[in-house]
Ligand binder design. Structure first.
Ligand code: NAP
Length: 395
């Protein structure tokens, strides 16, 4: 029967030919010649043992094919082929035969902002290297309170070290933390997702570590577990996840970042990435960041040290004594000219992250600001989304 098949492939453009996957594969399904490292479809049984050992993520490539590509064909490739178009009847059998693949993709798209596309110049993310069945084990390196001691809001900066296990996380991606113990039915808890707040080369440059920004929620099973972690504790981690909420590599891209509370996590990683790579030579970044008060704003102290020329900051507070409530969307309106200038620039990328409730207000602010320059916001937004320049991640 000519059924479509899922085929495991390796991206020849990213693979560094270290052959770790070949040495790991228990089926001897991975082979190489002078050009490429490839997977023999007749031997691969999807055990996934090769996925976490790959230092680049080039191993995590999949195509649904009517006929598998042969080893000899793959040896000739300088880049991966596009996914072939499949007929409707074949699509049905793909769904039926391959739940694992569907789960993999569903996880990858979770939190990626609807039908958003990755920025054209973004680096290629690795996803799903570690799963619930085969998580990575990280060691806690640090746990620091980010909000003032007296503040009701307890937000923590957690640093996780992955030692020798590869964890190639790009800015804007998330990882899953598996809380220990079981639920009422005796089943292991499912992972909770947290955006990374460190850049790809590590919280400390060139260390294999990742930071998270986590707020303690009164009844939160995982947030209390994470916020109470001590240096040296071991943590089970899944991921990385997310393939669209990514920073463009183009240094001239302008970033408009709008966030509330811990939604600032990816914005911190973007800012650090830019600081470490292009600095003030970049197209620039503008941030509207909302919190109840300076005491409750994560990274308030460190942010004050980031020059406004690199990151133009609008810190917006909703509960200051004697002051009217102000939300990010109010400040965007007050700074209409700056936002309008960004909206008109085809190099602008918009990122919105934080409370789901902020979306409506932010949309209205964009609508009014777009009108002021004779643009229709929904049309502009759809164009930006189609070009990989509009990204939303709200919970
Ligand atoms: P929060 O402290 O509850 O709120 C932050 C600010 O947003 C406050 O000033 C709040 O004002 C204001 N706000 C409330 N409703 C708003 C609205 N409709 N429009 C605009 N601003 C509004 O925030 P949080 O608890 O840190 O929550 C952040 C959200 O980000 C969470 O849902 C979290 O899941 C999500 N997130 C977290 C991560 C992560 O990695 N940790 C990543 C992505 C997203 P008032 O309270 O005064 O009304």
């Amino acid at each position: 029967m000519n059924k479509p098949l899922k085929q495991h492939l390796i991206d020849p453009e990213i693979c560094i030919r270290c052959y770790t996957c070949e040495m790991t594969c228990p089926e001897e399904a991975i082979v190489h010649d002078d050009m490429n490292v490839v997977v023999d479809a007749s031997k691969c049984n999807f055990c996934m043992d090769c996925i976490p050992v790959c230092p680049t993520g080039s191993i995590d490539e999949w195509r649904v094919v009517a006929e598998p590509y042969s080893v000899d064909e793959q040896f000739e490739w300088t880049e991966l082929p596009e996914q072939e178009e499949m007929g409707a009847s074949q699509d049905t059998s793909i769904e039926a035969m391959d739940e694992a693949m569907a789960a993999l993709l569903a996880e990858a798209h979770a939190g990626a902002g609807g039908k958003a596309k990755a920025p054209a110049s973004a680096s290629k993310p690795s996803i799903n290297m570690y799963t619930l069945g085969k998580p990575a084990e990280a060691t806690v390196q640090g746990n620091y309170r980010l909000t003032a001691e007296g503040s009701d809001t307890d937000v923590r900066h957690i640093i996780l070290d992955f030692g020798g296990q590869p964890m190639p996380v790009l800015e804007g991606q998330s990882i899953g933390i598996i809380p220990p113990g079981t639920d009422a039915d005796g089943k292991a808890h499912l992972p909770r997702l947290y955006s990374v707040s460190s850049p790809r080369d590590g919280e400390r440059p060139n260390y294999n570590n990742v930071s998270l920004t986590v707020k303690r929620e009164e009844q939160g099973l995982c947030s209390n577990y994470v916020c109470d972690l001590k240096p040296g504790d071991k943590v089970k981690v899944t991921g990385p996840f997310g393939a669209t909420f990514l920073i463009p590599d183009d240094p001239e891209a302008r970033l408009l970042m709008i966030c509330t509370g811990t939604g600032s996590a990816p914005m911190r990683s973007f800012t650090m990435r830019r600081q470490r790579t292009v600095g003030a030579r970049s197209g620039g970044m503008v941030m509207f960041f909302g919190a109840r008060s300076p005491d409750a704003l994560p990274y308030f102290g460190p942010l004050k040290k980031v020059p406004q020329s690199l990151l133009h900051q609008h810190l917006v507070f909703s509960r200051l004594d004697g002051q009217p409530k102000e939300y990010v969307q109010d400040r965007m309106r007050a700074e209409e000219d700056e936002v309008a200038d960004l909206l008109q620039d085809p190099k602008t990328h918009i990122y919105i992250c934080g409370l789901r409730g902020m979306e409506e207000g932010v949309e209205k602010a964009f609508t009014n600001i777009a009108e002021s320059i004779g643009e229709q916001w929904t049309a502009l937004r759809d164009t930006m989304r189609g070009e990989g320049r509009y990204h939303v991640e709200t919970y």
